[in-house]
Design a protein around this ligand. Structure first.
Ligand SMILES: Nc1ccn([C@@H]2O[C@H](COP(=O)(O)O)[C@@H](O)[C@H]2O)c(=O)n1
Ligand SMILES: C[C@@]1(CO)OP(=O)(O)OP(=O)(O)OC[C@H]1O
Length: 160
């Protein structure tokens, strides 16, 4: 019988002026950007966490410490590629992933096709395996005040 496993990821990054805004592997034009040790791509980080969680392989910070200067400003696509290698070494393939980005501004719907194309290439999967959704929080909380961005992701992985 095939082994199917599910995973879940959650992450938050501050939004501040003077920082680049990387999301889903692409750079968005916005007056604020995401703050982190890496490029702070919150969507990629939750995908990594959901994949690692599904494989019972800890989390992104365990593999790529935010205290390690090696990862300062790193492109999160490099981390995602490594996470795919880690789970594939254990014999897993991605079934599908479903994600939600919580962001008051800007609207990201127009950018979702570009994110899917980019992530599918990095992960070496089909775009149809990747779902990206977005919601505001109706001006409530840290997302609503535009102080931060959060994201959630679930994954299904399996051994073919
Ligand atoms: N940053 C965002 C947030 C939302 N969207 C899209 O708008 C729809 C309505 O948002 P609500 O928070 O009012 O539910 C949502 O379903 C998304 O399609 C977006 O593109 N970017
Ligand atoms: C990606 C890493 C490593 O550079 O740093 P951050 O960009 O701070 O991201 P976070 O999701 O807070 O923690 C994971 C870290 O391993």
């Amino acid at each position: 019988m095939n082994t199917f496993r599910i995973g879940f990821g959650y992450d938050v990054h501050q939004l501040k002026e003077g920082y680049e805004f990387w999301l889903g592997g692409i750079k968005l034009a916005h007056e604020k950007g995401a703050v982190g040790h890496s490029d702070a791509d919150v969507l990629i980080h939750v995908i990594c966490d959901a994949l690692l969680g599904a494989a019972n392989m800890r989390d992104i910070g365990y593999h790529f410490s935010d205290k390690d200067p090696k990862y300062k400003g790193i492109d999160s696509k490099i981390l995602l590629r490594e996470v795919m290698e880690l789970i594939r070494k254990e014999g897993y393939e991605l079934g599908n992933l479903d994600s939600t980005i919580c962001l008051q501004n800007p609207k990201i719907n127009p950018h979702i096709p570009g994110m899917k194309t980019c992530l599918a290439k990095v992960m070496n999967v089909a775009e149809s395996q990747i779902s990206i959704k977005a919601t505001t929080t109706e001006w409530l909380g840290f997302v609503g005040r535009e102080e931060g961005i959060s994201a959630y992701c679930t994954t299904l992985i399996f051994k073919p």
